[in-house]
Ligand binder design. Structure first.
Ligand code: SF4
Length: 726
């Protein structure tokens, strides 16, 4: 394929003939319903220890196989992240394995008589085409002409290839927890981590700000929350929506975009009333006086006025935090890209935690460790690296949104090709129009994925990866309170003409003349790594996980602590922020008010879905087939909306949702917001189960405010109204 052959890349649907043949192929049916998961054990059944990939949490799973088919997935008992349990999504993971809509063969975009379509290709042809394009782009435009967008654990081998060839790898970091991580790093010298370094199970007073702990169903986090509730922990949910967590404690229905004002108010009360941990602050922090100067104006009265939370409640929660400290915690949350001042919001929460003195205390912030399996060092890119002059000096990682902007503008980075791994950019990146426009500028797009999606429809080459139940990945050796190393291994061989990521990237590397990046086979590689700690692959395959005895989590009284900040202490006033011209103490800046007749669009997660990754999974769709739009009952009465009716959502710029959505009338949201679960509303007809089910919030996240500190894309600044017309 000649570079830039497609002047205007059309979205390609798969023809009905293809759909019919693939439906017949599955009428057998390899797809197993939830009921089959109840089947009793038979002789000849086997259990394979592996790791879930339905979300990023990576729980240990026991995959139950009968007659070479997966019939049940359960939680591994010895794995610290599952503790014998799984969330509904993990238990329904075989819905992805047996999804009849899976990508089955490599596909290449063709054009005949002006009509664009995908044709089936051999791996040899497809991989040669990808390698030729990668080489050509490098020759024509130099290193950096190509970027990869990645999501998920499976991307580690692609990242190795990228690191060795000068290809920039853009994670979904800045669209998720990036602002939180950078905010905490500026304060404590280290990030929160994933899973989060928080001791929720032993917390006595937990404040959660806009974080859907429980509904996001991250397995161990929910188990820890249940333990805390069982032990009598008091919970406070700060949220414009009455979340599940709010139902277990106190609900503070905050006015959207005023969270920093609330946290500043609490800091004000703790300092003014001298209710902060004076000894801890004196020994381990810098900047308490300057912090007080910075929050002096954040009186309870002003806080109440800005946030809509009654002054008594503002004061009561601040005093309760002090009463239960150091076993009290402001949870750092997870997805943090809200309003464009997210690093400062994270900083404000980090500071408040420091005042409580909860660092390395039961129920507070904790640090975590890796098991520590040494890596095998592969060659890194040797040539002078292209200067990636990120606009955001305090960003730990480049934002994928920034890369989309550079692709569009052609500067300062001259990007001409994308490799997209496991992320549906059209649904995950804000401002779809921008993504579509960037696509038209590209000379080449390759997608590697399990399912078709909106982005694969715009690709030049599609490479079908097999699912996590059919492949090995690298060892899972990341930080956790109980350091562990776990294995993902195939429970069944790859179906159709799909391949594991490691094979795809090894072939690609070799076609690019790089024979030094991958071992001959994955088992040799994993065994070699494990030998470095005196273990073997055979042993890990059998056990699934090695866990180190629990390391001490809590600090000793008067223990001297060291932090990797410029001052070596917790920075209540950030020296780095000041150095780069930002406020050392987080300030509150008012955000836009709702335009007349419009509602702020908020979105979140449901326990049975992981965004768009699961909204074609027939097992999980049985539990939640579509999303709904939550509308406050009084607001609905004013505008005449009825419970259960279907409406279109219309952005204030006139953009209307592609599909309609069912109205859910409730008292559980403020009357100035509407709320929906993200990930529904696929517009790719190849996703036959999820096609046009509900609405995708990304279609309406058009206005963005970029965090000037690290580039997170604030997407909760969009306002919608309703339309009944088709
Ligand atoms: Fe899988 Fe659920 Fe664990 Fe996520 S939380 S890895 S979906 S079992």
């Amino acid at each position: 394929m000649k570079l830039g052959k497609f002047k205007r890349r059309e979205f390609i649907k798969i023809s009905s003939a293809f759909l019919a043949s693939s439906a017949v192929a599955h009428s057998g049916s390899q797809f197993l319903s939830a009921e089959s998961a109840e089947a009793s054990v038979k002789s000849g059944d086997r259990v394979v220890k592996s790791i879930c990939e339905i979300c990023f949490w990576r729980c240990g799973i026991d995959v139950h196989v009968r007659d070479e088919k997966v019939y049940k997935i359960t939680g591994q008992k010895d794995h610290p992240l599952s503790r014998g349990r799984l969330c509904p999504r993990g238990a329904g993971g075989h819905g992805l394995l047996y999804d009849p809509d899976r990508l089955k063969h490599p596909l290449i975009r063709e054009i005949v008589n002006g009509r664009q379509f995908f044709r089936k290709a051999s791996w040899e042809e497809a991989m040669t085409l990808v390698a030729d394009n990668v080489k050509q782009l490098g020759q024509d435009y130099g290193p950096g002409a190509l970027v990869s967008f990645t999501h998920g654990f499976g991307a580690s081998f692609l990242k190795r290839l990228c690191n060795s060839c000068g290809i920039v790898s853009a994670p979904s970091y800045a669209q998720c927890r990036g602002a939180r991580e950078d905010g905490f790093k500026l304060t404590y010298g280290h990030s929160v981590g994933s899973p989060e370094g928080v001791d929720v199970a032993n917390c006595k007073y937990l404040v959660v700000i806009g974080h859907h702990l429980g509904e996001n169903m991250h397995n161990t986090a929910v188990q820890d929350l249940s333990l805390a509730i069982k032990k009598g922990a008091k919970l406070v949910a700060v949220d414009p929506r009455f979340s599940v967590l709010a139902s277990k404690g106190k609900w503070l229905p905050i006015k959207p975009a005023t969270d920093i004002a609330l946290v500043r108010g609490w800091i004000h009360i703790l300092i003014k009333e001298k209710k902060y941990n004076i000894d801890f602050v004196a020994q381990n922090t810098v900047g308490i006086d300057e912090l007080w100067d910075g929050v002096k104006d954040a009186t309870p009265e002003l806080t109440a006025k800005l946030t809509g939370i009654p002054v008594e409640q503002v004061v009561e929660v601040a005093r309760d935090l002090a009463r239960y400290a150091p076993n009290a915690l402001i949870h750092p949350g997870r997805r943090a890209n809200w309003y464009g001042d997210d690093t400062q919001r994270a900083r404000s929460m980090a500071i408040l935690n420091a005042l409580l003195g909860n660092y390395k205390m039961p129920g507070g912030l904790i640090t975590q460790k890796k098991y520590g399996v040494p890596p095998i060092n592969f060659p890194k890119f040797k040539h002078p690296r292209v200067q990636y002059s990120s606009k955001y000096p305090l960003a730990s990682k480049v934002s994928s949104f920034e890369i989309i902007q550079h692709t569009l503008e052609g500067k300062p980075w001259d990007i001409h090709g994308w490799i997209v791994y496991g992320t549906n950019l059209i649904h995950t990146s804000a401002n779809q129009a921008l993504t579509y426009e960037a696509i038209t500028k590209l000379k080449f797009i390759a997608s590697i994925d399990v399912l078709p999606s909106e982005i694969t429809g715009y690709s030049d080459v599609i490479l079908p990866e097999c699912t996590y139940l059919e492949r090995y990945d690298d060892l899972d050796d990341r930080t956790y309170r109980e350091p562990y190393v776990a294995i993902r291994q195939p429970a069944v061989p790859p179906m159709y003409d799909s391949k594991p990521g490691i094979e795809i990237f090894k072939i690609l590397a070799e076609k690019m003349g790089r024979f030094d990046l991958f071992e001959d086979d994955i088992e040799t590689y994993l065994d070699k790594r494990l030998k470095k700690i005196g273990k073997s692959l055979e042993e890990l395959k059998e056990k699934g996980v090695f866990v180190k005895p629990e390391t001490p989590l809590y600090r000793q009284p008067n223990q001297k602590l060291k932090f990797k900040t410029p001052s070596g202490k917790i920075e209540l006033v950030s020296s780095k922020m000041k150095e780069h011209g930002f406020d050392g103490v987080p300030q509150y800046t008012p955000h836009r008010e709702n335009p007349d007749g419009y509602y702020r669009l908020l979105f979140g997660r449901a326990p049975m879905h992981s965004f768009g990754r699961t909204t074609n999974n027939r097992i999980l769709l049985e539990m939640m087939p579509e999303n709904t739009i939550w509308v406050n009952e009084q607001a609905a009465e004013r505008i005449g909306l009825k419970d259960g009716e279907y409406v279109y959502l219309v952005h204030e710029n006139g953009t209307r949702s592609n599909n309609n959505i069912k109205v859910k009338l409730t008292q559980r949201v403020r009357d100035d917001v509407v709320y929906m679960v993200h990930g529904f509303g696929h517009t790719d007809p190849r996703l036959r189960a999820g096609y046009m089910k509900g609405v995708n919030s990304s279609e309406l996240t058009i206005d963005t405010v970029i965090d000037p500190v690290m580039g997170a894309v604030g997407i909760q600044h969009n306002f919608v109204t309703f339309s009944r017309g088709a």
